[in-house]
Design a protein. Structure first.
Length: 65
């Protein structure tokens, strides 16, 4: 399977997953990671990027590989 096909498959799975009515319990490390990310955003160490722009940039980066 080509990289492009793999990315398309992953995106299709990502879109489909929320459609399932399943309760998923987050691992305990998620809370710590979310707090760290929030702190990095508040301090200016991280910036929020629109998801459509992020996907476009990631596709450009990985299609060259």
């Amino acid at each position: 399977m080509s990289r492009k096909d793999k990315l398309r498959t992953m995106e299709a799975l990502w879109v489909d997953l929320p459609k399932e009515d399943v309760d998923v319990i987050s691992p305990s490390w998620h809370e710590k990671t979310l707090k760290n990310t929030s702190a990095r955003i508040a301090s200016g160490q991280e910036k929020i990027v629109d998801w459509a722009i992020a996907k476009h940039e990631l596709r450009k980066r990985f299609e060259r590989i």
